[in-house]
Design a protein around this ligand. Structure first.
Ligand code: NOJ
Length: 741
């Protein structure tokens, strides 16, 4: 349709029909047999049956047949037959679950992330998705916050910008109506990752400089890459809930970043402005949201119940409604829904493309790039397959390794590590014992209670645990290498999964301590959605492999890495704290006036733990051993027009081939405002043959030196800078240069 036809259509719409477009409802309300009876979310939202056939979009209904049924039912009763938009949370894949986003980020490979994104876009598009609520680019510095698992960038805004662009482009392609392309909704605007004390939905209060320097850039990159939608966050931003924050949505997002797309609230977030104490009642909540510029209300009924009255009271509000509806119609049009309301739904294609064999093979390779080897003493890895190996722990024979958001993929069907080892090893060489559950009853019940699910009771839990650990001990006694497969429950990270204790569960620590008594080489494979506290267990292990929640192909991917078919190459994107007391912790922090440069009491430090993280940003080992030398700058002075060429020699001093992520950091030594001790400004993931030595090159230009100065101008200031290059953020070589403007 032409834009003027969309405007014509808008002009034909009644006020109710317009407001309906601005309402999003969840689930399968159109799939119920007795559609006239309002149940579930419908009832909660208080939508009349008439209004139901005016709504503009649906949340999280997927599957070609189901989506078609809903669209048909809707269109059969809607007057103007404006097709529904289907929006979904395909966070780390649809049927093929990929590694969770934090893991994807650890690949430091933009092409890998693009490929995963493309496959999930294709699978979900065929199954009916028009819009995906991804990428999530909330900068995350606090491991207590459960949603760090969704953050593609971890604690780094540079990574965030690169990844945001890659993902938006991969989702949307060039033409949204084409098979395999879906609209991208970047979230959560804004600064959701900075919730105080890591408690979900909590307060965010920060200086505008901090916001612009660290939190805004990734959202900006997504918007500049063409993201069709943004989602507001649940938190307040400097005193005002993001969802009704005019400064945020109007001044920054619309006016400064020139965003033309759709703003959707998060789930129930408009109504929640009442609980925040920022709207006095439902009508004011609706007024505040429309004035701030929210086009679609997700899963609360402030708009459906109040917007009409507000429009009738004030013509300007109707103008705003018209603008919002036009944006929604435009997106439907771009997606080609007016020509074909079913989009790219295709039952036959579903059978061909979904869980497609080639894609699964690709997925496995991509997954392998997301693992981060944290420790490998005495080259315990790759495994010596002549040795007798014991697989112990609750994740050894567990298929629930896809993370909390993979709700469309079947957690029960994935292969387990034990299945995979059985394919490669004889019974004599392979031993298995579960050792312990992921969590004890009390902890599982914390999760179940919060979900409103029936609690469990384990009869004689203590005795059973004793027995099971003893059994594992006896099994491990027979082995030459013990592999412990441990971690969090998948419902311990994700939305509403904040934790004050980020250590492994007590029962798992008990298992570790017991087995450690055997004095045999031990390797830990870690399944988790956040950086964990490992300082209480790491020294018991010779090897540690962080695999996060690796998804559908995880077990095979892990097994191949352990056996040495593939070399691990991931690097951390979030610092692992010594313990939760250090949170928030991040590498790109400021110096205090008393940095810990000497051992003296009155320094910025902890009495009981080191100041630095346990594992730092950018850290990750490989079977190769990389040596860095000869860091050189082609000049030590630059003006605004100059480019400094940085070179460094990187040598693979091993007989393995593998990838290394070479990282470039810059520090501005003095400024009108304090500057971080280091900021990532570039990286390269390079392949090295055995014993290969190569020179790696970076370029530094003026853009890389800019920041928000004292007067909130984005500029580079004259003075001295340091350049650091290395394989992580700590072990680096350094050089200096001067900027003269
Ligand atoms: C709430 C979450 O915060 C958001 O990320 C998600 O996309 C929506 N619910 C929709 O499920």
């Amino acid at each position: 349709m032409k834009d003027k036809d969309l405007i014509n259509l808008l002009n034909q719409m009644t006020l109710d029909e317009k407001i309906g477009q601005m309402v999003q409802v969840a689930g399968d309300i159109f799939l119920e047999d007795t559609i006239d009876v309002s149940t579930g979310p419908l009832k909660n939202l208080g939508l009349s049956n008439e209004m139901l056939y005016n709504v503009g979009s649906i949340l999280n209904v997927m599957g070609a047949e189901r989506v078609k049924k809903v669209q048909d039912e809707y269109l059969s009763k809607s007057r103007l037959k404006i097709p529904l938009l289907f929006m979904d949370d395909v966070i780390n894949g649809y049927k093929i679950a990929f590694p969770i986003p934090i893991a994807q980020g650890c690949s430091w490979n933009v092409e890998t992330i693009k490929e995963m994104t493309k496959i999930s876009a294709m699978e979900s598009n065929i199954a009916g998705a028009n819009v995906n609520f991804s990428p999530m680019v909330d900068l995350s510095r606090d491991a207590r916050w459960g949603r760090v698992m969704e953050s593609i960038e971890g604690e780094d805004p540079y990574l965030g910008q690169v990844y945001a662009k890659a993902m938006v482009e991969a989702y949307q392609g060039k033409d949204l109506s084409e098979l395999g392309n879906i609209a991208s909704c970047v979230k959560h605007i804004a600064a959701y990752g900075a919730v105080e004390a890591g408690r979900d939905y909590n307060t965010v209060d920060m200086s505008e400089r901090e916001f612009r320097q660290y939190y805004l850039p990734s959202y900006k990159a997504a918007i500049e890459s063409g993201a069709e939608m943004i989602m507001t966050s649940f938190n307040i931003v400097n005193g005002i809930p993001a969802t009704i924050n005019k400064w945020l949505i109007q001044d920054i997002i619309r006016n400064e970043l020139n965003f033309k797309g759709i703003v959707i609230s998060d789930y129930g977030a408009i109504e929640e402005t009442i609980a925040h104490g920022a709207s006095k009642d439902e009508k004011q909540a609706a007024l505040n949201a429309i004035n701030a510029g929210v086009d679609i209300e997700m899963m609360s009924s402030m708009y459906s119940n109040n917007l009409k009255e507000l429009c009738l009271e004030n013509k300007e509000i109707e103008e705003k409604v018209n603008e919002s509806v036009l944006r929604i119609l435009r997106l439907k049009n771009k997606l080609g829904l007016f020509e074909n309301p079913y989009g790219n739904i295709d039952k036959q294609k579903e059978d061909i493309y979904i869980m497609n064999k080639d894609n699964l093979e690709r997925a496995k390779k991509l997954t392998q790039e997301t693992f981060v080897m944290l420790k490998n003493e005495n080259n315990i890895l790759p495994l010596d397959t002549n040795k007798k190996i014991a697989l112990i722990g609750p994740y050894a024979d567990n298929s629930a390794i896809t993370g909390s958001w993979s709700m469309f993929s079947d957690r029960t069907k994935n292969k387990t590590i034990l299945d995979m080892f059985k394919e490669r090893m004889t019974n004599e060489k392979l031993l298995y014992s579960k050792g312990t559950e992921i969590l004890r009853e009390e902890k599982i019940n914390e999760i179940l209670r919060a979900d409103g699910l029936p609690l469990i009771h384990v009869e004689n839990e203590k005795e059973k645990e004793e027995l099971s650990i003893k059994e594992a001990f006896e099994t491990a006694k027979e082995a030459e290498i013990i592999i412990l497969l441990l971690g969090e429950h998948y419902r311990q990270s994700g939305e509403a999964c904040s934790r004050s204790n980020i250590s492994l569960p007590e029962n798992q620590i008990k298992l570790i301590n017991e087995l450690h008594r055997l004095n045999k080489p031990m390797i830990m494979i870690l399944f988790n959605g956040r950086p964990l506290q490992l300082n209480n267990v790491a020294d018991k292990f010779d090897g540690i492999l962080e695999v996060w929640f690796p998804g559908t192909t995880g077990a095979r991917a892990i097994t191949e890495v352990l056996f040495g078919d593939v070399n691990p190459s991931g690097k951390l994107t979030m610092s692992f704290p010594q313990n939760a007391g250090q949170c928030p912790i991040y590498y790109n922090h400021y110096n205090t006036g008393r940095p810990l440069l000497r051992d003296f009491r009155y320094m910025s430090r902890y009495q009981d733990i080191p100041t630095e993280s346990f594992y730092s940003f950018g850290y990750g080992l490989s079977y190769c051993n990389f040596k860095y030398e000869n860091l050189k700058l082609d000049k030590n002075k630059m003006t605004e027009e100059d480019i400094i060429t940085v070179t460094i020699d990187v040598e693979n001093q091993s007989a393995y081939e593998g990838y290394e992520v070479i990282q470039l950091y810059i520090q501005d030594l003095f400024g009108s405002v304090v500057r971080p001790v280091k900021e990532l400004k570039g990286f390269k993931k390079e392949f090295f043959k055995p014993f290969e030595k190569r020179q790696i090159k970076f370029e530094i230009d003026i853009e890389m030196l800019k920041f928000w100065n004292q007067d909130l101008e984005y500029i580079a200031e004259e003075g001295d800078f340091k350049v650091y290059v290395g394989g992580n953020s700590v072990n680096v070589l350094e050089e200096t240069f001067k900027l003269n403007r």
